[in-house]
Structures are given as structure tokens and as C-alpha cells.
Design a protein around this ligand. Structure first.
Ligand SMILES: [Cu+2]
Length: 95
């Protein structure tokens, strides 16, 4: 994770993320700060190197940097969670 990265808080509980949309700038260094209220959850994007996992009651940080503008889906890889609605959209805007 990069020092000075902008911290973006993400809550995970009841099989949903809060927020469900996050906007960043291309090339911006972000720290995803994931807090789980209930179960083990994670924040994962297939096309960007990010996987942050937090167990119940934990807050865990992980770095994220998207170089290509576009929309990416983040989701939880725990079995059944994505299917239950645990996903959101990362919007990467051109600088
Ligand atoms: Cu989950």
C-alpha cells in the first residue's frame, strides 16, 4: 500500500457493501479500508490487483490503483455472497 494514499472506507454487512459505488481517478493511489460488521467478507476486483479481506469486527486496509478509466465491479468472493447481492461499481475517471 502506498503512503499518502486516499483512504476510502467501505463497510460490509448483511451481504451488502456501503457504498455501492466508489469513484476514483485513473492512477490515483487509494487505500480501501474495509470493515466487516458480521461475517468474513472481502473486496475483490478481477481486473485490478486488489483483494482486501476482513473478518467479523475487523478493519483491514489494502492498496488499490486503477490505471485505465472505466467501470469495474467489486464483489465479495465468499461463497454465495456475490449471488446475494454483495457487489458494487468502481468508477475510474480519466485525469
Ligand atoms: Cu461477503
Amino acid at each position: 500500500m502506498v503512503e499518502g494514499a486516499r483512504r476510502v472506507a467501505v463497510g460490509a454487512s448483511s451481504l451488502a457493501f456501503d457504498p455501492v459505488e466508489i469513484t476514483v481517478a485513473a492512477g490515483e493511489d487509494i487505500a480501501i479500508v474495509l470493515t466487516s460488521d458480521d461475517l468474513l467478507h472481502d473486496f475483490t476486483i478481477d481486473d485490478i490487483d486488489v483483494h482486501v479481506a476482513a473478518d467479523r469486527g475487523e478493519t483491514v486496509e489494502g492498496g488499490l490503483r486503477a490505471d485505465k478509466p472505466g467501470k469495474y465491479t467489486y464483489y465479495c468472493t465468499v461463497a454465495g455472497h456475490r449471488e446475494a447481492g454483495m457487489e458494487g461499481t468502481l468508477v475510474v475517471e480519466a485525469r
